[in-house]
Design a protein around this ligand. Structure first.
Ligand code: ATP
Length: 235
């Protein structure tokens, strides 16, 4: 469904990722792991178009999308939850959610909101509350919920566990297989490897802007040193 081929992207003179390829199939969960600064967020930004490519291509269901603006990519079904949640702090939970589907008609929006509340029942009672006063976990649920309001077919999530208590992270990760059942493919970027390995179909390891491994996560689940050897093998 989503195909990234040998892409290069960065910021000004800095090349943050180079020659990175990945594929995401329908209803798949793909984990992108790697140390700080490896280029994980840049990969997601290159897929959504926030950062332009300087080489390579991105295709969606066979169509090249790397020259399309970000909103056109979103309309095709690619949504992103940015690192740090980025909610509208002074708006209510409900308004934050609605903004994720501002282009949809009322009935579609209501149906999307019902789905989000089913996925995150904890949001039901706090719909009227101002987003800025919520806990980090609640904010992360709203951020994921907002992205889901556009009914995406592929959801890119940047470091959902950042700064959250472990039980909340568990709760968030528990929803990922449900998303897949609803027909959404998920790409999740994480530094906290253990958690992500439990849910992914495949994993991609980035190191210093390059892809150093792509395949099953099994190897890292069973051998705690495997990740270190993958990094070291490319230094
Ligand atoms: P982290 O987990 O710290 O977010 P990451 O693997 O997601 O790391 P990126 O955020 O993609 O890595 O960063 C890759 C490189 O690009 C790093 O050298 C970083 O300093 C640089 N970089 C990231 N964002 C910007 C930006 N907005 N402007 C300039 N350089 C940036």
């Amino acid at each position: 469904m989503l195909r990234v081929r040998s892409i290069r992207a960065g910021y000004g003179d800095l090349t943050a990722i180079d020659d990175v390829s990945m594929a995401v199939g329908e209803r798949e969960i793909v984990g992108v792991i790697g140390p700080n600064g490896a280029g994980k967020s840049t990969l997601l930004r290159a897929i959504t178009g926030v950062v332009p490519l300087t080489a390579g291509s991105v295709t969606w269901c066979g169509e090249p999308i790397d020259r399309l603006p970000t909103d056109a990519r979103a309309r095709r079904g690619i949504a992103m939850v940015q690192e740090g949640r980025r909610l509208f702090a002074s708006l209510s939970v409900r308004d934050n959610l609605v903004l994720g589907a501002y282009h949809a008609d009322r009935a579609t929006r209501q149906a999307a909101e019902d789905d989000v509340l089913e996925l995150f029942p904890a949001l039901r009672d706090i719909r009227g509350r101002t987003a800025g006063v919520l806990s980090g976990g609640e904010q992360q649920m709203v951020a994921i919920g907002r992205a889901l309001m556009s009914r995406p077919r592929c959801l890119l999530i940047d470091e959902p566990s950042l700064g959250l208590a472990p039980f909340i992270v568990d709760e968030i990760y528990r929803t990922l297989p449900t998303l897949v059942e609803l027909g959404v493919a998920v790409v999740v970027v994480e530094q906290e490897v253990g958690r992500v390995l439990k849910v992914v179909d495949r994993v991609m390891v980035l190191h210093e802007g390059r892809s150093v491994y792509e395949g099953s996560g099994e190897r890292f689940r069973t051998d705690p040193d495997a990740l270190a050897s993958v990094y070291l093998g490319h230094e």
